[in-house]
Design a protein. Structure first.
Ligand code: TXA
Ligand code: MG
Length: 318
């Protein structure tokens, strides 16, 4: 088991000596190591059991520090950073040689983000290196949104969990590239498309077909999946089809009398998409542990954070 607590000095000391620390962010917990130390970064891939072609996000506490690790910051990136940092936004920018290639898995672009969590921001302020951090889950599984989730799966492989409570957003950051005068969405996440459009009207989606190597490997279809099979559809239609099986339910707002209450997770009784995002990953993890055969889930309204929630539900069912 990993020691856990809110001791920033302890986290700092471990990171400075090349060890890994799980850190809270507003989106999900990250598995952090010194981004300038190739051996620390290599151990991130190892602990996560993550393929080394899948690059990591570099975290710092300010746009000024980000500028040390990229070749330049285009005006549109600056505008987005001003609007959303610290926050659930990751920008793909031309990588500076100052950062070891292992962080970006050899790509000439680096993913950079300033996360919004008081403990981690304060830690980043005190470090003289940035943190490479993927979500703190074994490769392919659901991202952790509290310290228990990290402890359960990676506890025996890391030195310390900086415990910052439950993640306030609960879904990973939105990943954006900037191409010509357009924002290109590589991963839907904690900043909604509507919020992006308020800053810049031209928002496009990165298209790639499943055969090619995905531009953001987080887009691999098998990602974010629980162990149990997840079926997406209209719950009223699905329930009779699975009447002979033990089912778990993920519903947006409603309780279903056909299923025992402990096997149901309601994402938001009031229909609040932000609350639904906060609860989604915990709900999937909890149901994954119950003695059930299958998880039935319904999609949520497809706007605001609803798009990112639906994206994760679809991936969980792939
Ligand atoms: O909210 C988040 O983004 C969390 C917290 C910890 O910051 N991090 C996170 O990291 O979700 P990870 O590694 O689980 O997902 C990052 C995604 C991966 O799909 C990775 O392939 C993609 O970002 N990515 C990272 N660097 C990239 C690059 N240079 N080019 C394209 N995609 C990149
Ligand atoms: Mg991840």
């Amino acid at each position: 088991m990993a020691v856990r607590g809110d001791d920033i000095q302890r986290a700092k000391q471990l990171l400075t000596t090349g060890r890994l620390v799980a850190v809270p962010t507003e989106t999900v917990y990250g598995l952090a190591g010194n981004a300038l130390d190739p051996r620390a970064v290599a151990s991130i891939y190892e602990v996560k059991n993550r393929p080394t072609f899948n690059p990591l996000i570099t975290h710092t506490n300010s746009l000024e520090k980000v500028a040390h690790y990229v070749q330049y910051v285009p005006p549109l990136a600056q505008k987005l950073a001003n609007a959303f940092w610290p926050g659930p936004l990751t920008l793909l920018l031309p990588k500076s040689p100052a950062l070891p290639d292992i962080v970006t898995a050899g790509s000439d672009r680096v993913a950079v983000r300033v996360p919004q969590h008081p403990l981690t921001l304060s830690l980043l302020q005190q470090l003289d290196f940035p943190l490479a951090a993927p979500s703190a889950n074994p490769f392919g599984y659901i991202s952790p949104t509290n310290a228990d989730h990290v402890q359960e799966q990676l506890g025996d492989k890391i030195g310390y969990i900086l415990d910052g409570g439950s993640c306030s957003v609960g879904i990973e950051s939105t990943i954006l590239g900037i191409e010509d005068d357009a924002i290109v969405v590589y991963r839907l996440g904690g900043i909604s498309v509507e919020e992006l459009e308020k800053i810049h009207p031209k928002v496009q989606f990165n298209k790639h077909d499943a055969e090619e190597i995905p531009a953001a490997p987080g887009m691999l279809k098998s990602h974010y999946a629980p162990t149990k099979k997840v079926i997406i559809g209209n719950l009223i239609d699905l329930l009779p089809q699975y009447a002979t099986q033990r089912v778990g339910l993920i519903s947006f707002k409603n309780i279903f009398s056909q299923v025992p209450e402990e096997q149901q997770r309601i994402l938001s009784g009031t229909g609040d998409l932000n609350e639904a995002a906060q609860r989604l990953f915990s709900a999937l993890r909890q149901l994954d542990k119950l003695p059930i055969d299958v998880i039935l889930a319904e999609l949520v309204p497809n706007y605001g954070l609803g798009r990112a929630i639906n994206d994760r539900l679809m991936r969980a069912s792939a």
